[in-house]
Design a protein around this ligand. Sequence first.
Ligand SMILES: [Zn+2]
Ligand SMILES: [Zn+2]
Length: 325
Amino acid sequence: MINKAWLPPDNMGQRCCSTGRLARFRSAGVSYLKGARVLGFLALVFFMGVFSVASQTGESRARIYERDNFRYLESNGLPDHDHGEFPNAHNPNRIRQQQYRFRMALSPATRSQSIPLGRYLFGVALNGVPFDPGTAEFWNRDPRSGWRYEAMGSLDLGLDQNHAHVQPDGSYHYHALPVGLISHLREENPSGMLLLGYAADGFSVFDDRGRADPMNRQSALSSLRSGYRLRTGQRPGGPGGTYDGTFIEDYEFISGSGDLDECNGHVGLVPGSDTPIYHYHLTGSFPFIPRCFRGEPDPSFQHRGGPPGPHPHDPRQHPPRERPR
Ligand SMILES: [Zn+2]
Ligand SMILES: [Zn+2]
């Protein structure tokens, strides 16, 4: 488990997370010191440009602790792995430090009715980066159209190699399996189930590997299948065309068709627990990150600042553009 020493914000060093950038930063500084006027000036401009990039990111900080029947996760929201360039052509926002303090129940209970994601983040990864699968991009930019774009579909929202991108407030967040985090965790645990983080209702979140028979420790691990499938045929209205995963509404849940329930969870044995417990999995196909809760989400996971709604992506900031096929 990642459980890093937490430093208060004034102790956070501003350093670049990419060694490539650091090398460019150094070479720019050396050129300037050589004193050739034009070169020096160009180097200074370059230096300042690189510095502005370097100062946008910093060291990832995350701390997990337990108190009074709750688990807390405090973080600055910065990824602890390589990430894509932001802003980019399809995501205009820069990664900025956040001040997260998430709280979740240590002994969550399941409800008879699931709760839709609504205005909540789904959860948070062990490195302090939120799981935030929703979007606010609608067909025709009309929230009443009933057709909401899926970030992992054909609409290009500038996701990086970790299926992540950046909100207008600078928060880096995952829309599917966090590839960089998983490769870090795999160094310690090459083949087992990986605890990736926690949902807002307190249940644990694992990667896509699980047991086909979750109650049997001897059952082999394999990639779990969600119970969601693309609908067949043509969309009856709105954007028309074939159901192809561009929109969330292109999918339907078929009970029993996969290994998991409609919230991408199930009851089973997990590492560190002697008795079967409810837990979630991320999957390689829709919903990628669960879109509902089996327990009660904690208010600390509500989107901050924005109006009520599943996701404060501002459609004006990344207007819908179909990805060329
Ligand atoms: Zn997003
Ligand atoms: Zn499982």
